[in-house]
Write a protein that binds this ligand. Structure first.
Ligand code: HEC
Ligand code: HEC
Ligand code: HEC
Ligand code: HEC
Length: 428
């Protein structure tokens, strides 16, 4: 996903006053020019990392609730999770696509080739190992209102039907451990140099930070497949200062695979001071604010006639029906948007046929309702859901859940086709 919402809380670097105060309780620990110069004060220790309360171990009751929610929300349909069985192949949105792309899926070669040409989404997701490198509080907020972290992945974490308490319980289950004490601060200027020398920007975007070109060669050999996975999964480092625990960040930079076996980030030779310098650069270099979110424009209706065949090919059969299909054809499961899944109640919305879409969906009151009915501003509901996906990618959390759920938005010109088709009375 390309656009990044603003989630960065600027954290100014403070000199740590607490230790000094304990010794010289009467002295101010400011460093401004108005401070009296006192020959008897020892030189200040190197500045410590910013003072943020360390996270304690998670509440065991919350951990237990969160474990049950991992089952309810079917996280294993997309992610590997330590200690849990992956979902069976016919339910696993990522593994099945990977098997097809790798040619492992049992299907005739011609069919496989055709499928391979169509599949772009949900082909790679981060495994959920070693999550205790993240802040529990960050994870709770992000699970509730996810935004894109990895510019190289087409799919994002879906916005699930969970409240803030459930998000906090999930975060407790995924990050039960207490946070380790922050290491001493590193040398930011040295970190800036290393960032170029060690080719960090080969894989990472760092939105808002100064542009630092990677060195011509990576400091470690990587084959093409490793490089491609690295490019796909490297997070935008803009968010790292929000999400990573400072001690874990330094430990991660020294040896990523030790913290997360199988991670696509290679181990790049660094000593401890280098790692602290890079951590200082990543978390403290001032960032430009992101561009203001664009207002999502509903295009005017077309003059020409639009047929079902056209909207079916361009929109519904391209993306939607993979989650909204007819349960009869898909061994009883019509996908998360029809039969339910990932914790969603069954909406019984079939977008695979003209009659299916005409029979609408099941609302919260259990009654069938039209997906064409206009909302208060006149936008047909199904069109509003597709526009909402654009708003989500722009960084908003609209009331309507964006469709297609967690995937690339439908181009505005294709939404316009559906809009026009509905306005023309949905010709067949
Ligand atoms: C439909 C597939 C899908 C499901 C189901 C899903 N996720 Fe995700 N998740 C993703 C994708 C895609 C990403 C990568 C997002 C990004 O990097 O922007 C992701 C990222 C994450 C991350 C960030 C990990 C990291 O290293 O950055 C966490 C944590 C996570 N998911 C937890 C969960 C939990 C907990 C559940 C169940 C409640 C869940 N996911 C269900 C697709 C899914
Ligand atoms: C049993 C294997 C299998 C499983 C499980 C599976 N898919 Fe697919 N998926 C496919 C195949 C095959 C295609 C290509 C179909 C075609 O070419 O018409 C596809 C295509 C897609 C597409 C359209 C292509 C694209 O990349 O945009 C989407 C979206 C999609 N799948 C989403 C999902 C989601 C979400 C899940 C989990 C709920 C899922 N799939 C589970 C086999 C699978
Ligand atoms: C070959 C590509 C590649 C290179 C080169 C690379 N990284 Fe990474 N990095 C990744 C990937 C992929 C991840 C995500 C790993 C995962 O989630 O399993 C990652 C994760 C990280 C994270 C965690 C960020 C977060 O928010 O979760 C930091 C910090 C980081 N890298 C910094 C660096 C620095 C600094 C350098 C240069 C010394 C560097 N990386 C070089 C691929 C790379
Ligand atoms: C990755 C799976 C997935 C894909 C792909 C997907 N949907 Fe959905 N859709 C869902 C789920 C799950 C729900 C239920 C959400 C809820 O209950 O809030 C849903 C709900 C809806 C609803 C609201 C139904 C109601 O009554 O609340 C509409 C309309 C909709 N989808 C349209 C679409 C369209 C149009 C597309 C293609 C552009 C699409 N969906 C693609 C999973 C998906």
């Amino acid at each position: 996903m390309r656009r990044q919402p603003e989630l960065v809380r600027p954290r100014t670097r403070r000199r740590s006053c607490a230790p000094l105060l304990a010794v010289f309780s009467l002295l101010s620990c400011g460093t401004g020019p108005q401070d009296p110069v006192r020959a008897d004060i020892p030189p200040a220790p190197p500045p410590a990392a910013p003072q943020i309360a360390l996270e304690p171990p998670a509440d065991p009751a919350a951990v237990a609730r969160g474990q049950a929610l991992i089952d309810r929300f079917e996280c294993v349909r997309c992610h590997d999770l330590p200690g849990r069985e992956p979902a069976p192949l016919e339910k696993h949105c990522v593994r099945c696509h990977q098997d097809i792309l790798a040619g492992r899926f049992p299907a005739p070669p011609g069919t496989l080739r055709e499928w391979q040409g169509h599949i772009t989404h949900l082909t790679d997701v981060p495994a959920l190992h070693g999550l205790d490198r993240f802040r529990r509080a960050w994870l709770a907020g992000w699970l509730h209102t996810p935004h894109d972290l990895r510019p190289g992945l087409d799919s994002t974490m879906p916005r699930l039907a969970l409240g803030t308490a459930e998000a906090a319980d999930l975060a407790a289950a995924l990050i039960p451990a207490a946070e380790a004490a922050a290491p001493a601060a590193g040398d930011l200027a040295r970190g800036r140099e290393l960032f170029g020398d060690k080719s960090c920007a080969l894989c990472h975007r760092f939105t808002g930070a100064p542009n630092i070109a990677p060195a011509a060669r990576l400091p470690v050999p990587l084959d093409e497949a490793q490089l491609q996975r690295g490019l796909a999964q490297a997070p935008d480092l803009r968010f790292t200062r929000e999400r990573m625990r400072p001690a874990a960040l330094v430990a991660w930079l020294l040896d990523p695979p030790r913290h997360k076996p199988g991670t696509p980030m290679p181990k790049i030779p660094l000593d401890e001071a280098d790692a602290r310098a890079l951590a200082a650069y990543v978390t403290e270099v001032p960032l430009e604010p992101p561009p203001a979110p664009k207002h999502v424009q509903r295009l005017p209706l077309l003059e020409r006639r639009v047929t079902w065949a056209e909207v079916e090919a361009k929109v519904f059969k391209r993306t939607c029906w993979h989650c909204h299909s007819d349960p009869d054809y898909a061994r009883g499961d019509g996908g998360p948007g029809n039969s339910g899944g990932y914790g969603f109640t069954p909406r019984r919305l079939d977008l695979a046929s003209y009659t299916g879409i005409a029979s609408g969906s099941v609302g919260d009151d259990g009654k069938r309702r039209s997906v064409f009915a206009p909302l208060a501003d006149g936008t047909p509901r199904i069109v509003a859901h597709m526009l909402a996906r654009h708003a989500e990618v722009e960084g908003a959390a609209p009331e309507l859940r964006g469709m297609p759920l967690g995937l690339t938005p439908v181009p505005l010109a294709d939404i316009q086709l559906v809009d026009t088709w509905i306005a023309q009375g949905r010709p067949q």
